[in-house]
Write a protein that binds this ligand. Sequence first.
Ligand SMILES: [Cu+2]
Length: 398
Amino acid sequence: MPEDLVPVDPVPEDHCDRSRRTLIRTLTGGGALAALTATAMSGTPAAAQAVPSADTPVSPPGSRSVGRPGGHAFAADTFEPSGRVREYWIQADSFEHNAVPNGRDGMTGRSFTADQTTFWAIGYRAYTPDWSCPLPSDPGPQGVGPNSGMPGPVLRAEVGDVIRVHFRNMDEHYKWPHSMHPHGVRYDRANDGAWLADDPQQPGTAVPYGSTYTYTWFCAPSSVGTWPYHDHSLPQSVTATPGSGMRKPSPGGGAVMEIGAELGLFGVLAVTDGHTPEVDREFILFLHDASPGDIPSLAHPVDMFNGGAFIDNTPTFSARSGDRVRWRIAALGNDFHVFHLHGHRWLSPSGWVDSQLIGPSTTLTVEYTEDNPGHWIYHCHVNEHMMGGMVGRYLVTE
Ligand SMILES: [Cu+2]
């Protein structure tokens, strides 16, 4: 076992004020909005605040000093440390998850039973230092989001910051190794989190159940924007026995690459700089899918927004006229999607749009000033995905 992997004791189930069950409930369901609103703007969690780090080395390995992109074909940038370290304490937890808790497709009127849409999920959640207690929900523009596990917490940083993620694997259900692999930031191989059968001993790529690993990532000027992070550990197979998982020793035999991410281990990284517009509302939306071929307890494919499928199970977002709004949208899985928002247009690199293509591991950052009160929907415009659950509400008041 590499030195960085430190065995730890499991967290007592009811150690903290907010039980796991309460946190998990705030993520799915139509009641999520009320739960989130009640805790909105509660301030930046202590663990997410930038901390002075006079004694912390912040030079990235192998950094180059070749200047910012200058519009030429071989653009490059350099990491210049600001001296701030963003510390996050992240834990992978397993939990039973129903993607359609209200049992209804509010668009077509179909209904589902819980056993058709429930599976054992795994999610990242942010904790106070030393993984003592889960952080409360904070959906504000600087917050970690619902912190419900699916998606994982929003990891925020500014250009020049070092992100230090202390990761603990507490996947009690599957007991698989997991990892955290970031997009967009700068890192070396020991902080990549990507497991390869040809190079299986790389540190941080297969953190065993009950162990920890610390990742260090650097925010260069080219890191500005919205990025996904996700599990990138060993391929695994979920057996046909409901509620059980089994590790297959080799990628053969039906093991699925990035099955951890399919089960919920993903989240959004948001990196800002001095040019990033201030906003009043920021919505985090993750597009992902789960297939019964990979997860036998599902009766049919489920196309999800943030772990939920169909109206009132997906997030209901809200804004007021005049609000500056930003959507940070990311996707993972097997499909390409078209994000469409009713009643709104926004400026994209190709001009004004009201629909935009997004595929696995790519992202969209959508910004506008709200000016159209009403009850709207947002959805994936691929019909099959809309029918599979990718529909949600967006409520705008005067
Ligand atoms: Cu789609």
